[in-house]
Structures are given as C-alpha cells and as structure tokens.
Design a protein around this ligand. Sequence first.
Ligand code: AMP
Ligand code: GLY
Length: 421
Amino acid sequence: MNILILGSGGREHSLAWAVKQNPKCDRLIVAPGNAGIAGVAECAQLDIMDGAAVVEFAAAQSVDFVIIGPEAPLAAGVADALRAAGVLCFGPSAAAAQLEASKAFTKEICDASGAPTAGYARFTNATEARAYVEAQGAPIVIKADGLAAGKGVVVAMTLQEAVAAVDDMLGGAFGEAGAEVVIEEFMDGEEASFFILSDGTNILPIGTAQDHKRAFDGDAGPNTGGMGAYSPAPVMTDGVVQKALDEIVQPTVDEMARRGTPYQGVLYAGFMIKDGQPRLVEYNVRFGDPECQVLMMRLGAQALDLMLACGEARLGEAQVHWADDHALTVVMAADGYPGSYDKGARIGGLDALPEDSMNMVFHAGTAFKDDHVVASGGRVLNVTARGDTLAEARESAYAMVDKIDWPEGFNRTDIGWRALG
Ligand code: AMP
Ligand code: GLY
C-alpha cells in the first residue's frame, strides 16, 4: 500500500522508519519530512494544515493510508477531511482532538467519567481567578485552556507566581488559547506517559515511557519539548497500568463514544503516580516526541499493522508482540534551545553510525545544504538505542552521541537517571 505520513520531526522519522520495515508498505511519502526522513521515504511539500490540500494530494498519489503526526492538523480537522473523502487515516477528528486542544474539555470528560485527576476550577475573569488562587494557596497550577505550544502551563510554587500567571494568561499573553484558564490542585508524585490506541470502542495499550522536560542535567533549566525518553517506565507497574486503563482510559474512550465523537488514534495520557494510584495530568491526541522514538524502536514493523487496525476499527482482534526489551533516546539540541539558536551548522559523523533494529539516529530538525546534513531546528537529533536492559540501551545511545561531531549542539548526559539511579 501507499502510505503518507504528515509531519517533519523525530517523531515522524521514527514512524516512517517503522512503517517502512513492514512489507505491506510499497511506497512511503512524508510531508514535509526532513533530511533524515529523506533516507527512508520520499519527502513532499504540502500544507499539512489544509485538509482539502491533503485530500487532493492523497488522491493524486493514490495514497491508501494517512498517518497524522502532530496535533495542529488534527485540531484543524485534517482527519475529518480525509475520512469525509473516504481516505483511511490514523488520528482523531477535530472534535475528539479537543482532548488536547482544550484543557477545560478534558476536565469535563474526567468529571463525566469519574477519572481521577486534579481538582480544578475554570475562569475567564481575572478578578475571580485571583480570588480563587488566594483562597486555595500555593503550590497551585495555572493552565491556559487552548494549545499554547507547550508554554501554557505554570506550576506556581508561590502565590505571587500564581497571580502573575493568571494576569498574564487572562491578559492575552497566549491570545485566544488563554481566554479561559483552568486552575488546578498541585499533584505530587512521579510522572509517566502511557500510549494507548483506540478505534473508537476498543483500546490497546502500546507502551509506557518517561520524558525529561528540563533542558539540563539534574532536571535543571527551562522547560523544553523533551530532551530524552525511555521505555518502558518502571513506575508504570502492571497494577498502575490496570488502574489507568480501568479508571481513566477506557472511561474516557467510552465517554467520547457516548457523546458521538468517538476517539480514533493514539491517546497519549500523562499521569502523576503516587502510592500506586495514577491521576490524569493531561491528554495529548498524538504520539509524544521524543517518546514515539523509543516506542517505535521497540515495536518496529508491527507499528503499521497496529495503526491500520486502529484506522479500520479492528483493534479488538489486534495484538502487540512484546519483546522484553528497553529503548532510550537522547535528544541533541542546538545551543540556546529552547530559547533562540542558530541554524545551518554542519553535523558530522552520522555516516559512520549503525542504522539497524538496535540503533537509530532519528532526525528532528535537519536539512541538506550543499550535500551536507545541517541543523535546522531547536531539537535536531534523537539518538536512539535498544537493549536487553535500560543500562545497555543507554550505553549504546551515548556511545553514538560521542561519535557525532556537532560542536554547536548540546545534550543531557543523564537520560534515564530516575530508572537507573
Ligand atoms: P501539561 O501540559 O498539562 O502536561 O503540563 C505540563 C507539565 O506541568 C506536566 O508535565 C507536569 O509536570 C506539570 N503539571 C501539570 N499539571 C499539574 C498538576 N496539577 N500538578 C502538578 N504538576 C502539574
Ligand atoms: N514530549 C512531550 C510531548 O510530546 O508533548
């Protein structure tokens, strides 16, 4: 079959890498792709936010299946446009993508389904929001309702920070996305991510992971999109997984179906876990980046079969074939990220690195310039390895990092610390 993947990051490189290994894949196109993706797929220019343009492209290229990587086209209704045109696709409708696009919506779903999450209140009025914050006290969490490129959450440790965040968000710092704020109880515990496929009715868990949000070693420095990840997450024990499925994920999927907006695609659930009890922090309606890279490393070619079963509403008969393995990815980012950074520096040493089922350098932000791979984004490479143990996966990943010649980049040296000590 002919497959189109939408997106251009390390997540999409890992999806393309896994899909390409499956014999069902005849032709693979990624739009817009990047320099690494060009090694496993055809890259095409296409406005991936424009549903009509994606439908037209899919028809012109005889595409049989579309996998939508990022949240923005999902929230913009690209999956709806494809389904309306009869094109098989992986990813939720705009209505179901509200689980990521609106924090207030997710809270309503938790209320309706009884899923454990932080207590909260919603405000559009700054005076009322401030009064609530003062009555609750710190620590407290202030969230812009809408999509704010990962910047719309302030975990305020003091009342002063909390009030400043309220004023900022309701004062228009995030535009429409901050026109409403959700103010949440601060949850203490250990965070982990859980990835579950849903075909609208059936669910199938496909892995757990932990991310490293802060830029520097020891979880210091500013928040980022994620500086490294590993799978599985030890805190997601069988007991926690079962509670998460029974109390949070299945009730959410049931409630979405009951509302007439069934959820089809991957549900990325972020949990806070304390004393064996998971509580929902947030949903995303896509794979995590860089969590996807470690999941794909572990799933390999079967990832396509699973996504197809999801798209065709056949998840009830699908199975994941697990290896008892571990994967870890180290993000290499441009100096200055997540603030401002330079683009265009050459990256050397990539050609000498292994590219196999145990080791892969996924490209997140790269381009070709004069036949050389150059950095073209903030997060640039995801150096990923698999092993029988997490320690082995880490050793292999960092051995590859050491061979990459890119003085203008940096990476954390402690990915996996929580699990490895
Ligand atoms: P979100 O975008 O909702 O995942 O929030 C970003 C990060 O803020 C999460 O990964 C948590 O580390 C933190 N966070 C969000 N909500 C809470 C909460 N209620 N209690 C504690 N930490 C939170
Ligand atoms: N790595 C966090 C995310 O994809 O949202």
